[in-house]
Design a protein around this ligand. Structure first.
Ligand code: DQA
Length: 157
């Protein structure tokens, strides 16, 4: 089995369900984790799903992920717009990084339009609610499949 996919969640995402449901929906982070686990299993992948309100903890988890994960999916929440430290940690990785946001950050306040995370990410999925996490897992599975096809020896004819 491939190395796990690390799914990281930043500050206040532990409050999903209660937090501005008109923007973020009514699902809890536990609901999202369960949906991610099921989707990953369909792709033959496992996940390591974490949340922290502490920037340094997220940085440490990203550092520890080196060589231990097959990809990272990250919703850095408010740190998206402020954290050079999280960007620098992500730049240490040599696996695909996919950025996710529940809301469409480009339709919201100006200060949410800029993402530091984006500079380290293969791509960003935003505006599709919790479905974005599942779309990110589908993208990761496809990228890992492509990488495997590219490295496996060609069939002899
Ligand atoms: C968010 C968008 C951020 O701007 C915000 O600070 C969050 C959640 C999202 O998932 O839509 O906490 O990352």
């Amino acid at each position: 089995m491939a190395l796990p996919v690390l799914i990281l969640n930043g500050p206040n995402l532990n409050m999903l369900g209660l937090r501005q449901p008109e923007i973020y929906g009514r699902e809890t982070l536990a609901d999202i984790e369960a949906a991610c686990r099921a989707r990953a299993a369909r792709h033959g992948l496992s996940i390591d799903f974490r949340q922290s309100n502490v920037e340094g903890e997220l940085v440490s988890w990203i550092q520890e992920a080196r060589g231990r994960v097959s990809a990272v999916i990250i919703n850095a929440a408010a740190f998206t717009h402020t954290s050079v430290a999280i960007l620098d940690a992500l730049l240490l990785l040599d696996v695909p990084v996919v950025e996710v946001h529940l809301s469409n950050i480009h339709r919201r306040e100006q200060f949410r339009h800029h993402s530091y995370v984006a500079r380290a990410a293969q791509g960003m999925i935003c505006g599709f609610g919790s479905r974005g996490y599942l779309m990110a897992l589908d993208a990761v599975a496809a990228m890992l499949q492509d990488a495997e096809t590219a490295t496996s020896p060609m069939d002899a004819h």
